[in-house]
Ligand binder design. Structure first.
Ligand code: SF4
Length: 462
């Protein structure tokens, strides 16, 4: 049995695994978990040397490397062995192993990766900084208890988000410290040793009150989303009881606001409009959505693409067309010879409308009043961008632009030049129509038509 002395990180594991794999050493002959170094007692030459199942040189698929990297952060002693086992089986037993999701090794690896990703997401959501001073320098410090060993992959986000402040995040396992240039890592710290309650708690409470949404109040869900195990390091949790008590009144107030539309000041610049839209409550859609998703793209774009509304991923990231439909749009733009960065991309409705279904958020079409309520934002974007061509994707966007419900298959592929909003308007399929297509032929045909309509827009803009 080989007892591997390695640094308990992905790179070190990878280096060792590569050698063992080249020598065809079976997983049950390697012990990755013992800390003590012992002699290399396994004699590979005495074994039946296995041959790779593939005739070509075995290459680890790039997606597997990134999955293993995630897996390496799992708090599971068996993870190194599991990773090697999968690698070995992939090389010497079955090159199609990764697609067998019911295989116990693949299944376990997928579950662990999912759990790690979820834990990183929780860290981003639940870390609460307190202002402190070190050598008269302002430093923000936080304590958090992750489920997995995610300090390194989890803290890069904070360097991007709060790159202009010095901060330190402590966990029981490890700590991360940002000095405005790079992150360094140090020893962990128990919560009882982490001192320094101050006004920062009050700031978090004020923020939490402002984002608290009575329409979404579900104690069970709150507990699963914001697990009580994190509450001790989150100052706003002391407010929950009061906010729950006042929720019915707040809901009533929300309901009274339904029949309004967004009030937009056209004197504002595009970026000011974007920032204003983030607090829009002109229709009830804001209540269940995470954030407003405003348009993106250059202010002098001559082509503007209008979709329906943000989807699940757009709602989480705050950007339009970044989910599966966004991928299709990107492909279609490439095929049409249009650079995505040169186009202004937005939606007719700026908040995600959805209903819960099992563990998912199912998209719902916005209603007429909701489209009406949101129209001032779209009109303001059009006024600021002044596009030569607007491409409206799908019925919701087309209705918002041309003012009546069109049949996409009849109206697409033509230039409409009689509208006040832009010199030329083209209607086409929304990329999600391709995802919903009943078969591949229909999907391919719609994709081709979408590409043709984008090409038409490109020629109309010139
Ligand atoms: S969907 Fe539009 S109108 Fe309704 S709240 Fe959101 S931004 Fe405002």
């Amino acid at each position: 049995m080989i007892q591997v002395d390695f640094e308990k990180n992905f790179m070190s594991w990878r280096e060792n695994a590569r050698k063992f794999l080249a020598d065809a050493i079976p997983p049950d002959q390697i012990n990755w978990s013992q800390d003590e170094l012992s002699l290399f007692t396994f004699d590979a030459s005495s074994q039946d040397v296995k041959k790779p199942v593939s005739n070509n040189d075995f290459k680890v698929p790039p997606e597997l490397i990134s999955q293993f990297k995630t897996l390496s952060y799992a708090r599971d002693e068996d993870r190194w062995n599991l990773m090697y086992k999968i690698l070995f089986r992939l090389c010497y037993e079955n090159t199609g192993l990764l697609s067998i999701s019911i295989d116990p090794d693949i299944n376990k690896a997928e579950k662990l990766q999912k759990s790690v990703r979820h834990d990183i997401h929780k860290m981003h959501a639940f870390v609460r900084f307190k202002k402190s001073f070190v050598d008269e320098n302002e430093v923000y410090v936080a304590w958090h208890k992750p489920e997995h060993l995610i300090v390194r992959p989890g803290t890069e986000f904070f360097a991007r988000r709060f790159g202009d402040k010095r901060w330190s995040i402590f966990t029981p396992d490890e700590s991360a410290h940002w000095d405005l240039k790079k992150i360094t890592y140090g020893a962990g710290m128990a919560q009882r040793d982490f001192q320094g309650v101050d006004d920062w708690d009050e700031i978090w409470k004020t923020y939490y009150k402002s984002i608290f949404n009575p329409a979404r109040i579900k104690i069970k869900m709150m507990k699963s989303e914001m697990s009580p195990k994190y509450w001790s390091s989150m100052p706003e949790t002391s407010l929950i009881r009061d906010l729950v008590r006042d929720a019915p009144k707040a809901l009533q107030k929300m309901a009274e606001n339904i029949n309004t539309s967004a009030v937009v000041d056209l004197k504002l610049s595009l970026s000011e409009l974007k920032s204003k839209s983030s607090s829009c409550q002109a229709c009830p859609l804001y209540a269940k959505a995470t954030q407003t998703v405003f348009g993106v793209g250059p202010e002098n774009a001559s082509i503007m693409i209008v979709g329906e509304q943000p989807g699940d991923q757009e709602d989480r990231t705050g950007n339009p067309f970044v989910g599966p439909a966004g991928e299709i749009l990107s492909q279609a733009l490439i095929q049409a010879g249009i650079k995505k960065e040169s186009v202004y991309i937005t939606n007719a409705v700026k908040h995600f409308k959805w209903v819960p279904h099992k563990n998912m958020r199912l998209h719902q079409k916005p209603s007429g009043p909701e489209m009406h309520a949101c129209k001032p934002w779209l009109e303001a974007e059009i006024k600021k961008i002044k596009p030569q061509v607007i491409i409206a994707l799908g019925t919701t966007a087309a209705t918002a632009i041309i003012g009546k419900l069109p049949k996409i298959k009849d109206e697409r592929g033509k230039i409409i030049s009689s509208l006040a909003c832009a010199p030329k308007v083209i209607i086409s399929w929304h990329p999600s129509a391709l995802l919903r297509a009943g078969n591949e032929t229909e999907s391919t045909e719609k994709m081709q038509q979408l590409v043709d309509d984008l090409k038409l827009a490109l020629s109309a803009e010139e």
